[in-house]
Design a protein around this ligand. Structure first.
Ligand SMILES: Nc1ncnc2c1ncn2[C@@H]1O[C@H](COP(=O)(O)OP(=O)(O)OP(=O)(O)O)[C@@H](O)[C@H]1O
Length: 255
């Protein structure tokens, strides 16, 4: 097995003003791994994802994505902080799906998926159109390609958002509670698309309270509380045999 890691966090700290939100996170995500992250509101889960995706700067500790230190570029033995355009470039390699899908309202589903590869990567329109149509097919929305977001259900919009992230050919996908804004009957379709993505070998970090998904699809499960990783293991280990009182108390609420 390769030693390559897709994400490595070593003592990651993040504060907002005087409030320390991440208090030393150590984590490793291997290529192809699906890591699910659970924990109470305010425990720092979103902040951790946002640090991986350059949306927040780490205050102390180190964070690598695919072997590269997030926020820096190495030249010889010197480290240089990335400039804005370099950060933008790095962010393109990571797909992120949020709770709210934020599609462009004036563009159809197909146009939403095509937008970034054309505008940001300057890829040829014909190629992008073909790929976008194929991605919409993969998320089960071929027949909705011409619909505007307002003409789609929340679950359909979220599947377009996933296709939109995939259109940039990311090497890592981050999901921040992707189903928590959806009506219960729409959750299954979105989780189905994520499951398919996992089966295809995509590396994924998924903040979710969908314990069925974590149990069935996750390779690892991390319980965060108060800005630290309290417990991690396989989903089976953490769910059926939690070691910490805080994990037990949390699981009692969500299971
Ligand atoms: N930009 C910010 N400025 C100030 N405080 C922030 C900022 N972003 C997050 N926080 C605070 O950091 C803490 C952790 O927030 P975060 O969203 O990471 O938690 P979470 O575990 O994802 O919670 P939830 O499940 O509710 O989304 C919260 O107390 C939040 O108010």
């Amino acid at each position: 097995m390769s030693d390559r890691l897709m994400v490595k966090a070593e003592g990651v700290h993040k504060n907002f003003g005087r409030v320390e939100v991440l208090k030393g996170i150590d984590l490793e995500v291997r290529p192809g791994e699906v890591m699910c992250v659970i924990g109470p509101s305010g425990s720092g889960k979103s902040t951790f994802l946002r640090c991986i995706n350059h949306l927040e700067k780490v205050n102390a500790g180190k964070l690598w994505v695919d072997g590269e230190l997030v926020g820096y570029r190495q030249k010889g033995d010197k480290l240089y902080e990335l400039r804005d355009h370099e950060v933008a470039q790095k962010r393109r390699e990571i797909g992120m799906v949020f709770q709210k899908f934020n599609l462009f309202p004036h563009m159809t589903a197909l146009e939403n998926v095509m937008e970034a590869p054309i505008q940001v990567k300057k890829e040829p329109r014909g190629e992008v159109r073909e790929r976008a149509a194929e991605l919409l097919r993969q998320v089960g929305l071929s027949d909705k390609a011409g619909n505007y977001p307002a003409q789609l259900s929340g679950g359909q919009q979220q599947r377009v958002a996933i296709a939109r992230a995939l259109a940039m050919k990311p090497k890592l996908m981050l999901f921040d509670e992707p189903t928590s804004a959806l009506d219960p009957e729409l959750v299954g379709d979105v989780l189905g698309v994520m499951r398919q993505l996992a089966d295809e070998g995509m590396t994924m970090v998924v903040v979710t309270h969908e314990m069925g998904f974590a149990r069935e699809v996750g390779d690892s499960l991390v319980f965060m509380d108060g800005g630290v990783v309290v417990e991690q293991g396989t989903p089976r280990e953490v769910i059926t045999d939690p070691q910490h009182e805080r994990t037990k108390a949390f699981l009692a609420k969500v299971l």
